[in-house]
Design a protein around this ligand. Sequence first.
Ligand SMILES: Cc1cc2nc3c(=O)[nH]c(=O)nc-3n(C[C@H](O)[C@H](O)[C@H](O)COP(=O)(O)O)c2cc1C
Length: 216
Amino acid sequence: MRCLILYYSMTGQAEKAAMRAAQAATDAGWDATLCRIGMSDPADALARPMNIAASKKWTQGAQKGMMVPIAFDPPDALDRRYDAILLFSNTWGDHPSVPIRSFLESDRAKALFAGTPVGVYIVCRRLWQNNLRIVRDRVEQAGGHVLAGEPFMHPGGQWGSLIQTITYLYRTDIGRTHFLGFPLPRYGLSDDAMARIPLFTGELLAAAMIDQKGHI
Ligand SMILES: Cc1cc2nc3c(=O)[nH]c(=O)nc-3n(C[C@H](O)[C@H](O)[C@H](O)COP(=O)(O)O)c2cc1C
């Protein structure tokens, strides 16, 4: 059984999670292909430290369904058929990130999803429901079947994770430890979120096997 693990990652969180999912898939006996989605126009590249203009452009772009040219690494990863697809979707402005949205709307995604079970990992500091709703909608429109979708979030509450994420994106170090004297949670996926990746991946792949074969 072959699975494709697709992700885009600006600050390394989805990448770290996708690599852990790939390991879990391999441990479960699957042939796992890890594929990174990137922006193919260098003018689109996002990097820290972000500025206000870039943050506005990409947050609003995600909200408006903006599309950019994308590329896959390895480039031939989408040329095969898979028994399951594991898709990591980062949240930008309460929507799928621009590169993920660009992929979801592409003909390549539609062809890939058709008739295939898909597991969705929403990677975000906190907002995941709208992102998952849009991903589910696009997968199902293409004739794919969303087996399950779950959020994988940063530590801290709404405010702590928001302040940490904004300041982290505007800096180049590991982030602030305090804000106005209050301790901040660290930037990035929580230990609990990372620990849930192998379990969720195992459940998805078991469900995909039933979905594809009708039995285990
Ligand atoms: C432009 C931009 C907008 C974001 N907007 C949101 C948001 O609305 N809600 C949220 O929970 N996280 C938001 N985030 C945080 C990311 O979802 C989070 O940092 C995630 O872990 C990044 O994954 P990555 O490192 O794989 O790129 C945003 C990040 C960026 C870069």
